[in-house]
Design a protein around this ligand. Structure first.
Ligand SMILES: *Cc1c(COP(=O)(O)O)cnc(C)c1O
Length: 361
């Protein structure tokens, strides 16, 4: 499969584009083009088309509107010191997209085809990639079930779309987020779709997010569905706990039990943490470990990680059983060091010893 190029003949004027990029924020403006590819059970995948960004038309009885058969990815393109552009671990996104597709009974997209669509869009819309460290072009691949009809069955048609939006700092990186630990709602149970990146997981999480906001918190923290004791994730990000301080510190993250989303940032930090000389652990941690750990001072820092915000510090935690604080509301030194190293690799400032960056242009 190829990507046929029929780009927007009238891309946004440079001064207007610059103003939109400078405005910052996340997901407000989209680039001049998008990519669309279609799949059917009969014909398989057909060539993708890169074309002007714009609305799509679908029959109201299209499957995705009724039964939520949808998956997505989130990845970024980063400006490099020499003016070029790189993607960060695109193959990891391609592999996860295929896994999510399988879980949602959608067609798996060939890895190279997925990466080619991303490369072509970034190349075409390279003028939209912001230049400063911490800024990037956020890329959103997604796939929807497009069979028309209300019968409940795996769709025999699907559409893949790819859009991109310039991103400045997503969460303000300078201040710790406060979290509401939900004991009422769960994000994922074993056998469910927790490991897949699908819209349905998010739809089911919004009520808890609303509750977190009502409690004065920025984000929800999810516990395991069975015992409601083990800490799993924060909103749409993975979590890390720092035990001890300085060179002897251990950074630990909840292990992938089958209900957590296997974050690519999480995986990268396991290696970056080791590179920086910390001990690294994947383990189970309970809500009691968290509370007691910050009370005794053994847990010195907590942070969340994901493609959109990269790394953000977690401060106060609140639940139906009380409230406790980690640190002073400012990101701790290890959180800051890990954030910096990861961003430096992504922007080509630190050496890419793991071969994570893939040059686009
Ligand atoms: C996407 C996502 C993450 C983070 O994954 P990255 O690959 O690091 O962006 C974590 N948790 C959930 C629920 C997610 O959807």
């Amino acid at each position: 499969m190829k990507v046929q190029l029929t780009p927007n003949p009238q891309p946004l004027a440079a001064d207007l584009r610059a103003a939109k990029i400078a405005e910052g924020g996340f997901g407000k403006y989209y680039t001049d083009n998008m990519v669309v590819a279609e799949w059917s059970e009969v014909d398989g995948w057909t060539d993708a088309t890169l074309k002007p960004y714009g609305p799509i038309t679908l029959d109201p009885a299209t499957a995705v509107f009724h039964y939520g058969q949808e998956i997505f990815e989130g990845m970024k393109a980063y400006a490099q010191p020499d003016g070029g552009i790189s993607l960060f671990r695109p193959e990891a996104n391609a592999l996860r997209f295929a896994k999510s597709a399988k879980r949602l009974a959608l067609p798996e997209m060939p890895i190279d085809f997925f990466i080619d669509t991303v490369k072509e869009l970034v190349k075409q819309d390279r003028a939209w990639v912001p230049g400063n460290i911490g800024e990037s072009l956020y890329i959103r691949p997604f796939m929807i079930a497009t069979e028309v009809g209300l019968g409940v069955r795996p769709s025999n048609k699907a559409m893949y779309l790819l859009i991109a939006t310039p991103a400045s700092a997503y969460f303000t990186s300078s201040k710790a987020v406060t979290v509401w630990i939900s004991t009422e709602y769960v994000r994922a149970a074993l056998g469910g779709t927790g490991e897949a990146k699908c819209g349905g997981n998010y739809a089911a999480s919004l009520m808890a997010q609303k509750q977190a906001a009502a409690e004065g918190c920025d984000q929800v923290v999810w516990l395991d569905a069975k015992e409601r004791r083990y800490v799993e994730e924060m909103g749409g990000m993975n979590l890390y706990f720092v035990k001890g301080t300085g060179a002897d510190a251990t950074i630990l993250t909840p292990k992938l039990t089958g209900t957590l989303l296997p974050g690519i940032t999480r995986d990268s930090i396991l290696k970056v943490g080791e590179d920086l000389g910390y001990k690294v652990e994947e383990t189970m941690l309970t809500i009691d470990d968290w509370r007691d750990g910050v009370a005794s001072g053994e847990i010195s820092e907590i942070f969340a990680c994901g493609t959109a915000a990269v790394v953000s510090a977690v401060g106060a935690a609140k639940s139906a059983h009380g409230m406790w604080q980690t640190g002073n509301g400012e990101p701790g030194p290890i959180t800051a060091a890990i954030r910096k190293r990861l961003l430096d690799i992504q922007h080509g400032v630190a050496e890419d010893t793991h071969g994570w960056n893939v040059r686009v242009c």
